[in-house]
Design a protein around this ligand. Structure first.
Ligand SMILES: NC(=O)c1ccc[n+]([C@@H]2O[C@H](COP(=O)([O-])OP(=O)(O)OC[C@H]3O[C@@H](n4cnc5c(N)ncnc54)[C@H](O)[C@@H]3O)[C@@H](O)[C@H]2O)c1
Length: 716
């Protein structure tokens, strides 16, 4: 009856037809422009066929429909707000046409029905869901909300409170929750799904189910007074605001729109939804979060290539059972790669095992792990004082003390205990991979794997390729990091690698601002208001002032032109006064443990008094915008340098590293996405405005060229 690239309509018995989503040549179904157009054609064909008495909607894939095609968003969102709104409103008419068919329909939801997939499923009067399937509207994670009538129909099927919860959280629901919410009419075992859906359709055709009433309910306003809707929204608002990321307004905009739309009929409610969708589509958060999603997809594709080119790490080892080594061993075992953990001190091994035991007990207590499984994971970490069994490991991660001579000695000895081809990775945070590699006989097997503290929590791993590191070793390290559930980014060997190199000019800008008279608490407030989880002073306290100062020295030595050591340096002053930050209770702030053992921060007048000694001209007030410009521009400039120097291959990798490694505000998407949002012409103009501040504010020639030619780091 209809045959497209993504949809076919086939006749069944007794005047029934099956509309089947089966995207040619792909493993999943998605709602791209082509599929939406085919859906329009299929609907028209069905509407024009007097013989059709009912429609069964199915998927031939493991999923139902995973959502819209996010690669199409960029171009669409370039349009003006009103045009975006008009576009989605027009698509809504196609969806309405299916909802307004004169015959009943039943959707068989066999797997994920997310975003546009669920919106489409809600067009039918009836749904049956496999007990293994999940439904949801995750658009908020992209800085958006459903724009194909999802907020309207979900409110009418599940009630306003549940709809707000689903839209604002973006969390998918399993079958029992979907049934309780009224989003599905029945739940079936996967193998019985089709028969159950067909039986329901036949009952509707026979008039045993009032499917017209179900459709009518979705066209009418909600049976809720304005006051009731208002009260409900006020209750939800605080929770939704608390759950939303900084400068991510989609959930709040959705909430307000849904409350107003509750009192409108379908056409009126869809008008509101489309108009509000146009608004959120133009936000910085939507632009950045959509880009981050695409960047993540691009990384996953890269990982597939590395998996082909590297060797699988079936057995690993770590050297050093300290903070990092212990964390790496635990994470490796937890994610299924058994690991030998070697240290030179038995107490350190005991500590490492105790820490792993503590983490596993927590997982068991939270119900995330069965006790037997936790025991097996613990048993897959073998603590040892020698290198027994190292001849059968695929990768060793070295995490001994940060000292070049010690590392060289330890690694040269290690080469004798492992087979050629075993990848040796150093978790150095500041030494050059090529320097460490110097005495090694097989530098091609040697790579950097820079994990972040605490290892079980931090997502990023910088995989550092030295001049002699083989591509196979890099791919093996990437594969191992992926197996550990991490997001590895391959970077070239340079001082500070990628993340510390780009973070340092930001910290330097802070040091300079304070030297120029800024109140460090005011800088923290401005940067937290901008979107950072913590301001730079607080960040230095958390990282540890001694660690921060050391990183600063390494970078100053590595890039003396652009990031020389600064005089009147507040971070160094804190170190000199043994104010190391959170770890010893005193830094820019004071820390005392609350009853749950968490450090609580409070103002430290003595830190202010110390800093005042660095401010010969006294305190000066800076406007928040000036603080933000002075802090963010050097970061953007250094990101441009790093990209131009080939430290990473793509803007996507650079920005992902910043999002995951330093808590770069998600709504701004990373330094390069942020530059794109501002526009390179504006970035360059702002740099010129602050030119008196020196080298960190000098844009690269390429940045100037991009500004002149209106180029961007990302296609759209
Ligand atoms: N702590 C962090 O935040 C962090 C973050 C990223 C990278 N790193 C890097 O990770 C490495 C380890 O740091 P850490 O904080 O875990 O240090 P740590 O002091 O907690 O642990 C070092 C461990 O190495 C052991 N060790 C020393 N010589 C050894 C040898 N010859 N063989 C086996 N074990 C030996 C020590 O007994 C100790 O248990 C350093 O290179 C550091 O720069 C640390």
């Amino acid at each position: 009856m209809f045959q497209g690239e993504s949809i076919e309509v086939l006749p069944l018995q007794d005047g029934l037809v099956e509309l089947r989503f089966d995207r040619r040549g792909e493993a999943i179904n998605k709602l791209d422009a082509r599929t939406v157009d085919e859906f329009r054609q299929a609907t028209e064909r069905i509407a024009a066929s007097p013989d059709v008495r009912g429609v069964l909607v199915t998927s031939a894939k493991d999923v139902f429909i995973v959502g819209a095609d996010i690669t199409e968003f960029g171009a669409t969102f370039q349009q003006a707000e009103a045009d975006i709104a008009r576009g989605v409103r027009a698509s809504n008419e196609l969806f309405n046409a299916f909802e307004d068919l004169k015959v009943p329909s039943v959707v068989a939801i066999n797997g994920f029905a997310l975003g546009g997939g669920l919106e489409l499923a809600m067009l039918a009067p009836l749904r049956v869901m496999a007990d293994t399937a999940q439904v949801g509207v995750p658009e908020v994670k992209l800085g958006l909300f459903p724009g194909f009538g999802g907020t309207v129909r979900l409110s009418r099927l599940a009630g306003l409170a549940t709809a707000i919860d689903w839209v604002a959280s973006g969390k998918p629901a399993k079958a029992p929750a979907a049934l309780a919410a009224g989003v599905t009419d029945e739940v079936a075992a996967p193998e019985a799904l089709r028969d159950r859906a067909l039986a329901l359709l036949q009952r509707a055709v026979r008039g045993e189910i009032d499917w017209r009433a179900a459709q009518q309910r979705k066209r009418a306003p909600l049976a809720l007074s304005k006051q009731e809707a208002g009260a409900l929204v006020e209750t939800a608002r605080t929770q939704v605001a608390a759950r939303s990321g900084k400068h991510q307004p989609a959930a709040i905009i959705a909430l307000e729109m849904m409350a107003e739309a509750a009192g409108r009929d379908r056409a009126g409610a869809l008008d509101l939804e489309s108009a509000a969708f146009g608004r959120v589509a133009k936000t910085q958060a939507a632009a950045s979060l959509v880009q981050a999603f695409l960047n993540d997809q691009a990384l996953k594709k890269l990982y597939k290539r590395h998996a082909r080119e590297g060797r699988q790490v079936k057995q690993a080892a770590v050297l050093g059972a300290g903070i990092m080594g212990g964390g790496i061993a635990y994470t490796s075992a937890l994610r299924g790669t058994p690991v030998r953990m070697k240290d030179i001190a038995q107490p350190q091994l005991d500590l490492g095992m105790a820490e792993a035991g503590k983490q596993l007990a927590k997982q068991v207590k939270n119900g995330r792990l069965a006790q037997a499984k936790a025991d097996a994971i613990r048993a897959s970490i073998v603590p040892q004082l020698d290198e027994a069994g190292f001849d059968s490991v695929d990768c060793v991660v070295e995490a001994v003390v940060e000292n070049l001579e010690v590392k060289r000695k330890v690694l040269a000895a290690l080469e004798g205990s492992v087979k050629p081809g075993t990848v040796i990775a150093s978790n150095t945070s500041s030494l050059r991979i090529d320097d460490i590699a110097q005495p090694l006989a097989r530098p091609e097997d040697f790579v950097g794997m820079h994990f972040f503290n605490p290892v079980p929590v931090m997502q990023l791993v910088e995989v550092i390729q030295g001049a002699k590191t083989s591509n196979a070793a890099v791919s093996t390290a990437v594969g191992y990091a992926v197996a550990m559930g991490k997001t590895p980014i391959v970077v070239k060997d340079c001082p500070g690698f990628l993340v510390n190199r780009i973070l340092t000019p930001y910290i330097n800008a802070f040091v300079q601002l304070v030297a120029d008279g800024a109140d460090f608490e005011a800088v923290d407030r401005a940067m937290e208001a901008f979107g950072w989880p913590m301001g730079p002073a607080y960040l230095q306290d958390v990282v540890g002032m001694d660690v921060g100062a050391h990183v600063g020295d390494v970078i100053a030595a590595g890039y003396p032109q652009r990031m020389p050591a600064l005089e009147r340096n507040a971070v160094k002053l804190m170190v000199a006064n043994k104010r190391y930050g959170q770890k010893n209770g005193a830094g820019f702030y004071r820390y005392e443990n609350d009853p749950t053992g968490r450090p609580r921060k409070s103002a430290a007048p003595e830190a202010h008094a110390l800093v005042a000694t660095l401010q010969p001209q006294g305190r000066r007030d800076f406007a928040d915008t000036e603080i933000v410009e002075r802090m963010m521009l050097p970061m953007v400039v250094e990101a441009a340098h790093a990209l131009e120097d080939g430290v990473v291959a793509t803007p996507a990798e650079l920005d992902m590293a910043l999002l995951l490694g330093v808590g770069f505000p998600a709504y701004a998407g990373g330094a390069l996405k942020y530059a794109d949002w501002l526009g390179l012409d504006r970035v360059v103009a702002l740099c010129d405005k602050h030119a008196a501040l020196g080298a960190p504010y000098v844009p690269t020639a390429r940045m100037r060229e991009m500004a002149a030619r209106k180029l961007r780091y990302y296609p759209v």
